[in-house]
Design a protein around this ligand. Structure first.
Ligand SMILES: Cc1cc2nc3c(=O)[nH]c(=O)nc-3n(C[C@H](O)[C@H](O)[C@H](O)COP(=O)(O)O)c2cc1C
Length: 357
């Protein structure tokens, strides 16, 4: 793969982060970024929820909020992509600035607030993609959010499930963004149970021959009780998996003073340890019965491997791409295959949860 990011990266860093992101999406849409999928080693192939992933490295939600660059991102080498979060109605999100780079820490703080074009535009893009003669191979999920001004959150997730269940390979109920007031309270035992019951009912009511797996995406900022409640409710509800984790509202040591006070969710390198530790706990609490997508601070093959050993069946990333460009995906795939080989694992699946055995 020819890596243009050493040239494009410094250029993008001259712009404020949100403008840089907008330019990146435009470049991807117009095909300015050359496809560079490459071949996946057989050891990276993995089957989760009956879906075939050519590699376990996915693009996390928030990069492609409006499902505009699904094929472009798959063509860069991701095994799966997760557009969204999408809300039923379009909404502008929070006032700018709302996205900050912490370059030395290889981190990002965002308080975007689910800015997006709404469910209809999102769904139509997925429909057009389905109808297209040529599309990139790979798994495409859809991450669902709620509008800021919707009183009963479950209503919004139900609307999302109804529209997208026939169009997405999997669905995510995101109750862990720190930037929508009240959202994370849905992670509590009773509200969570009620919410999952309604979204699962909505999925069943679609009458599809094959239901898309339904995953719950959780925050890293949870008490011991929260975690055990989430694990119990996830198991009893019948959802298919978990995504661990979203951004953190914590500000670990090493975050510069000027940034500590910016509200929002922190992602990237400082999130690696806390999110992996929550992943490990949730894997143990669910007895490995629910596949988990590990996300938070993945930037190398070693990071991806550590998440897998802690219990992740798949991994995702976003922030590492800001600093290393899309070549990071290739590097992770190559390094991960090497690490699996070194330790005698013939597949990703064999290594899932290896640290806890
Ligand atoms: C700018 C930005 C926007 C995000 N938007 C969403 C979102 O809409 N929905 C969601 O579930 N997660 C969102 N996330 C969280 C990421 O999907 C991911 O969980 C988190 O960034 C940790 O991964 P990372 O350290 O690799 O970035 C966003 C993250 C960033 C940096």
């Amino acid at each position: 793969m020819i890596d243009l990011y050493p040239l494009a990266g410094p250029l993008l860093f001259r712009f404020d982060p949100e403008t840089a992101h907008g330019l990146t999406i435009k470049a991807l849409k117009t095909g300015l970024v050359p496809p560079a999928r490459g071949k996946d080693e057989p050891a990276l192939h993995t089957r989760v929820w009956g879906l075939d992933f050519t590699n376990p490295v996915g693009l996390a939600a928030g990069f492609d909020k409006n499902a505009e660059v699904v094929d472009a991102m798959l063509n860069l080498g991701f095994g799966f992509v997760e557009p969204g979060s999408v809300t039923p109605r379009p909404q502008p999100g929070n006032p700018r600035p709302r996205l900050f780079r912490l370059v030395e820490q290889r981190a990002v703080i965002n308080r975007m607030g689910f800015n997006n074009e709404g469910l209809e535009a999102f769904a139509q893009r997925l429909e057009r993609r389905r109808a297209a003669a040529k599309r990139a191979p790979g798994i495409v999920g859809a991450n669902l959010g709620k509008n800021k001004d919707t009183a009963d959150a479950a209503d919004d997730y139900v609307i999302g499930v109804r529209r997208l269940a026939p169009l997405a390979d999997y669905l995510v109920v995101n109750v862990s963004s720190p930037n929508t007031p009240g959202l994370r309270a849905l992670q509590g035992r009773d509200p969570l149970r009620a919410l999952l019951e309604r979204v699962l009912e909505a999925r069943a009511a679609c009458g599809l021959t094959r239901n898309p797996p339904l995953l719950l995406k959780i925050a890293p900022d949870l008490t011991v009780e929260d975690k055990s409640d989430i694990a119990a409710v996830a198991l009893e509800s019948g959802i298919d998996g978990l995504i661990v984790s979203n951004t953190t509202i914590a500000r670990p040591d090493g975050i510069p003073a000027a940034m500590r006070s910016e509200a929002g969710g922190l992602s990237g390198r400082p999130l690696f340890e806390p999110s992996t530790s929550v992943l490990r706990e949730i894997y143990a609490l669910t007895g490995g019965k629910l596949p988990i997508v590990g996300v938070g601070g993945v930037a190398t093959g070693e990071d991806a491997y550590a998440k897998i050993r802690a219990g992740a069946s798949l991994v995702q990333l976003y922030s590492a791409m800001v600093y290393a460009g899309p070549a990071v995906v290739h590097r992770i795939r190559r390094e991960l295959a090497e690490l699996l080989r070194r330790d005698g694992f013939r597949s990703v699946a064999e290594a899932v949860g290896a640290d806890l055995r």
